[in-house]
Design a protein around this ligand. Structure first.
Ligand SMILES: Cc1cc2nc3c(=O)[nH]c(=O)nc-3n(C[C@H](O)[C@H](O)[C@H](O)COP(=O)(O)OP(=O)(O)OC[C@H]3O[C@@H](n4cnc5c(N)ncnc54)[C@H](O)[C@@H]3O)c2cc1C
Length: 408
């Protein structure tokens, strides 16, 4: 098959490294370099990352399963948790290792992906002729379109509201009273960083256990979600109020977007991408696939396993049911999710279910099992984060578990 891969971030590189073994692959990347989100050549203007960011996973767990993170890429001050430049360098090294660079069409903005005839796809590009492929793998990332929840009164309010996507450093918050909304990794990192310059940080959200993450920060207090803004007053879930807040920073996540796909082909509703089998394959036309949609996961290894599963489908090693049955399976998976108390938009948030998901992909496609080292590292990091939620990056990793094989 002749396969187009949209995006040369970590997901696109993983897909290409796996699929190129059995198929012909071409990657389209709108930037002039690989690395996606981790590329910060434009001084962090267009990425969700910021200069002081450190990975929230140690390099030894974050790395692709077939390519250890080369520690010489990480500046000593960053320890085991690399910053953006080191991860970008690692992704470039991965692309070199798998000889992917000559398969990438850089500065190629994919504007439309259209099904043509019974099986093929037309890829339209911003400034060059369209090209035809047998299959398309979408790896366009999902950290470019900020999710900005609408709060009653926010359009009339004079409160300055920004999103984590635009965050560069804590200077604009100096001496201010800042409401930070969102309790996941970005929320925690930015609350801690902003507390170094702000007068007061009100950390709003609905996840329990946040106090343990900021116990050492005397100017951070924990609150529920904001629900209504009125002049100087912010009403919170449960009836509490905050007053005299100067700025609000949204750490409320991002939205999936596929601007190059027609709504008739793919429907995204409340951040749930409908019609996919195993979060990967478009059930009604299973030559369109998506690598990297799940979040709250260990991303790079997950991208690889998803790609291996897809490779098994494309080579016929894994026989899937016909489209009508795949559609029914996909609808049933969504229905099961909607029947749970979880919010619809958390369909692709795997969290603790990621190992079950990976085990299913591995078993159904008869893939190699997850390496023991990966599982041991996952367990060790989980334990460290539980015991040291606020300063896990400062804790020494168990040396034996994190010993990488020396290059031959
Ligand atoms: C704040 C933050 C911190 C994170 N920290 C970690 C961490 O510590 N460890 C970890 O493993 N993961 C982390 N992640 C998760 C991160 O998503 C993954 O590491 C990974 O980089 C995602 O790769 P991707 O290829 O899916 O997306 P991206 O890196 O976004 O790559 C998508 C690529 O597609 C290209 N593209 C998009 N649209 C088009 C188009 N129309 N035409 C051509 N090209 C296109 C883009 O230019 C880009 O290069 C973090 C994410 C965020 C937001």
């Amino acid at each position: 098959m002749n396969i187009a891969i949209i995006g040369a971030g970590a997901a696109g590189l993983a897909a290409a490294s796996v699929l190129q073994r059995t198929q012909s692959v071409t990657l389209f990347e709108q930037q002039s370099v690989v690395g996606g989100l981790w590329q910060t050549a434009d001084n962090f203007k267009h990425t969700a990352l910021y200069p002081s960011l450190r990975s929230n996973l140690p390099a030894g767990l974050m790395a692709f399963l077939d390519f250890p993170f080369q520690h010489h890429l990480i500046p000593p001050l960053e320890g085991d948790y690399p910053g953006p430049a080191a991860v970008a360098a690692y992704l470039q090294a991965y692309a070199n290792h798998h000889q992917l660079t000559n398969k990438i069409q850089f500065n190629s903005d994919v504007t439309r992906i259209l099904p043509i005839n019974k099986t093929q796809w037309l890829i339209e590009l911003a400034d060059r002729p369209a090209q035809v492929f047998d299959a398309v793998i979408v790896c366009n990332g999902h950290y470019t379109q900020p999710n900005r929840p609408v709060i009653e009164g926010s359009t009339e309010s004079a409160l300055k509201i920004s999103h984590a996507k635009d965050y560069i450093n804590p200077d604009p918050f100096r001496g201010q009273r800042v409401l930070v909304w969102g309790s996941k990794a970005s929320g925690m990192d930015l609350v801690r960083e902003i507390s170094t310059t702000a007068e007061q940080v009100y950390w709003c959200g609905h996840d329990a256990g946040r106090d343990a993450l900021v116990r050492d920060k005397s100017n951070v207090s924990i609150h529920q979600d904001p629900v209504r803004l009125h002049r100087d007053d912010i009403q919170l879930t449960g009836g509490d109020h905050l007053t005299a807040v100067d700025q609000m920073l949204l750490c409320t996540g991002y939205q999936y977007q596929f601007p190059f796909l027609d709504d008739a082909l793919i429907r995204v509703e409340d951040n749930l991408v409908h019609g996919l089998h195993q979060h990967i394959l478009l059930a009604k036309r299973p030559t369109l696939a998506f690598i990297g949609l799940p979040y709250l996961v260990i991303p790079f290894p997950l991208f690889q396993i998803q790609s291996q599963w897809l490779n098994a489908v494309f080579t016929g090693q894994l026989q899937l049911p016909e489209a009508p049955q795949l559609i029914a399976l996909s609808d049933a998976a969504v229905a099961r999710h909607l029947a749970k108390p979880a919010e619809p938009r958390h369909f692709h948030r795997l969290g603790p279910d990621q190992l079950t998901y990976l085990a299913h992909l591995i078993e159904s496609a008869a893939l190699a099992p997850l390496p023991d080292t990966f599982l041991a590292r996952l367990k060790a990091v989980h334990e460290i984060k539980l015991a040291h939620p606020q300063d896990f990056r400062a804790i020494e990793l168990p040396t034996q578990t994190f010993l990488d094989p020396q290059p031959a």
